[in-house]
Each structure stands twice: as C-alpha cells, then as structure tokens.
Design a protein around this ligand. Structure first.
Ligand code: NI
Length: 427
C-alpha cells in the first residue's frame, strides 16, 4: 500500500517551487479523470473578470495543499505516534479535499441547491477511478479519507491539517490566490509557520516563537477576503452568472424551446443531478452555453449572457435592505414600471467574514482556535497572547451592495427611471 515510485516525480509550481510525489498511490490519484477534471475549474470562479491573472485552477490548488501536508508530515515524522497511516490518510485527504467542486461552485450551489461537499463524498465513495485506487489500500480507506475531509474522522489531529483556522487548505489558497491575482497582501512566511508547527493531542499547535508569523497569516487572510474574495466587481459578475442560471432554468421548466438544447444542464434544472452528469460539467461546458445563448430569442437570457461574456457588468451602490425596506420596495416597483425585470436586474448581495475566532462552544459556526505552545508545555489561545489578533477576534464584518444595470438606468428618461436614479442617488 505504501509502495514508493522508483523515481520521485515532481511538478513545477509557482508557489511552492516543486510538488514532490513519492508514493505510487498519490501519483495514480492525480492521473484519474476525476482529478484531471479540476484543471477545467477555476479556483476563484469569476474573479478573473476583476483580476485578469486569476485563471489558476483547482487542480493547482489541490496539488499545493497536498504539498504543504507532505511537508508537515516530514516534520511530524520525528514525533512519536505519527505513523505511516496518518501520513497516507492526510496526504490523500489533502489532495482530494476539493474534488467535488463544480464550475463556478458558489453560484451553482446557490441556484441549484446542492453542496460540493456531498459531491466530494460521492466522488470518493462512488463508482469512480479515485475510489478504485483508494480501495487498493483497504476496503475502508475511501470512507476514512471522506471522513477526514468531512471533519467527522476520529483522528482530530489529521482533520486539523486539512481544516482548522490554520490548515494546509487556507495556507495554499491565500498564497496561490495572492500570486495569481498579483496582489502583495496575501503574503506570509509559510516556511516559518511549517517549522514551528507541532502535533498536539487533537490539533496542530504552534510554538510560541512562531506567533508573529501566525499574526501575519491571520492578517493576510483578513486582507484577502476584503480585497479579493469579496471584491464588488467580482460579486457583480457572480450576480449576473446566477441570474443566467435562474433564467435558463425557468425557461427550461416552462418548456421554452432553446435553439441549442442545454443537455448538460437538464438534470441540474430538474434538481436531480447524478454523479455521472456532475462530472461532465466543467467551466468550458458552461462557457460554451453562455456563448451560444447570446443568440437565443429570449431577450433576458440573451442580454445577461452578452453581459457576462463581454464583461458589461452591473454597477453597484452601498445599500442595506434591512435599513431601507421602503426604498427597496419602491425600487422594485419602479423597475417593473420601467419595464426592467427586477428579478433579473436588481439584486442585493451581502458578504460577511469573521477573520479569526476564539472558541465559542455550541455556536453555529464552532471554530477550533489556534493554540500556542509555551516553552513549559502549556497551551494558550492565540488571541490571549497577540494584541493584533485580539483586535480582530470574533468581529464579523458585513458589506451590502445593490447591483443594477447602469447603462439602462442612466439612459432611461421615463418617470420610473428618474425615480430609480433618485432612489439610488445617481443624479
Ligand atoms: Ni481548498
């Protein structure tokens, strides 16, 4: 089961320089069609419309997470109790943790009501090449890998390598997304963090001397969320993408006859997508339909696809619908009056993030805090030691934006469009 390759394989990687593969099992998993499919799914969805460098794939991110876990394993192998079983389990889980992601996951999951985590489980446990390879280790091994990814595995230490507030997944995506978007704020010293990581009883702990490197990592995460992941222009593209999916689904269910039948979407529209159909979807397929839907007779579908393909996105203003219920209703009605369907052309998007949290038992999003290992062997929660981290701990920030088609609203000269402009304070 732990057969080594005759010769180590390496992938050149812009973030980690090299990804090293020594086990035959890992090499075979990378070669499966389910894993190769991740080359055709972008890591950051619509972000490439804001930061044009952000074309990197989930394939490169998955290899990166594997490489970080492989390096943590090298460090942990010096400690008692860290055995070969942990090593193999953590590396497979790292490699496969995102294997259930579909094209533009965020929007697809919201519109069609499924969860990529369910598909990750199905890819690992179902009738797939990945499952066949994992079974060579043992009949129960696929289940174990799936449990680590789902955070339900008994070995909490292995789970914490893949998902915790300082895990290999986050460390890779922060560095990788910063590199490909070209920004400088995602940087932190991963070499240092890896050197000060230690295996605790049920999670990774960090030597006290590494506290500043961890502060840097937390701040980098905070910056990346607000500067990249929640960028309002990216969210605008996301809004249009969701509207396209909603429109196409509605038309399909109403029996509209498409010029080009969207075969790949049928089971999605009916919300009974099988694993087999899911694995046939990737971003090239989605973009193909968006391209040809620009020729459809339905004016809304056609227009939304033109906007997405040619990056004629919606503009935005700050708007909190909870504080402005009346304005929202008036806007909605004015859009109708102006002949602009508000269900497709008016949207409020809210994003919120909690950069770091200490332990709050029983809360909805229970998070394991990061623990520092003091020289005497005691553990201290990070925000009790670091004033920088304390300042942002447990503080949730939310941002509300209202999206609208500025080209239509600014040109219109009816009573309704004038009212919309005044409600949005555009004049
Ligand atoms: Ni990931």
């Amino acid at each position: 089961m732990l057969e080594r390759l005759n010769e180590e394989k390496v992938f050149k990687d812009p973030v980690h320089r090299y990804i090293h593969v020594r086990y035959r099992l890992i090499w075979e998993l990378i070669g499966t069609k389910e894993f190769q499919r991740l080359r055709r799914v972008r890591q950051l969805g619509t972000t490439y419309l804001t930061f044009h460098g952000a074309e990197h794939s989930r394939f490169s991110h998955s290899l990166g997470v594997y490489e970080i876990v492989r390096r943590i394993n090298e460090i942990f192998s010096q400690y008692d109790g860290w055995n070969e079983e942990n090593r193999l389990l953590s590396m497979c889980a790292a490699l496969l943790h995102d294997v259930g992601h579909g094209p533009f996951s965020h929007s697809f999951e919201k519109v069609f009501g499924f969860d990529h985590e369910d598909f990750t489980r199905m890819v690992i446990l179902g009738d797939t090449e990945i499952n066949q390879i994992l079974r060579k280790v043992s009949a129960s091994f696929p289940e174990e890998v799936a449990d680590v990814i789902a955070k339900t595995h008994d070995n909490k230490l292995v789970v914490s390598l893949i998902s915790s507030q300082i895990d290999a997944d986050r460390m890779d995506y922060l560095l990788r997304d910063a590199y490909f978007t070209g920004v400088s704020y995602g940087q932190f010293d991963i070499e240092r963090i890896l050197r000060v990581m230690r295996p605790g009883d049920d999670q990774i702990v960090i030597k006290q001397s590494g506290m500043h490197a961890v502060e840097d990592y937390i701040m980098s995460r905070y910056q990346m969320y607000w500067q990249i992941y929640f960028h309002p222009v990216t969210r605008s593209a996301e809004v249009i993408l969701s509207k396209i999916l909603h429109r196409a689904k509605k038309l399909y269910l109403e029996g509209y006859s498409f010029k080009h039948e969207p075969k790949h979407f049928h089971s999605l529209f009916k919300e009974n997508i099988s694993l087999e159909d899911f694995l046939k979807l990737d971003e090239s397929v989605v973009m193909f339909y968006f391209q040809i839907w620009q020729e459809e007779d339905d004016p809304i579908l056609r227009d939304l696809c033109e906007r997405f393909m040619n990056r004629r996105l919606f503009k935005y203003v700050e708007f909190n619908p909870m504080e402005k219920m009346n304005d929202w209703r008036e806007l909605y009605d004015s859009f109708k009056e102006a002949g602009i369907d508000p269900d497709y052309y008016l949207e409020v998007d809210s994003s919120s993030d909690l950069p770091y949290d200490f332990y709050r038992p029983g809360e909805e999003e229970e998070r394991l805090p990061i623990h520092l290992l003091k020289p005497g062997g005691d553990l201290r929660e990070l925000s009790r030691e670091s004033e920088v981290v304390e300042a942002i701990s447990g503080k949730k920030r939310t941002d509300h934006k209202l999206y609208y088609p500025a080209d239509i609203i600014m040109q219109g000269n009816t009573k309704a469009t004038r009212r919309i402009r005044s409600l949005l304070q555009l004049d």
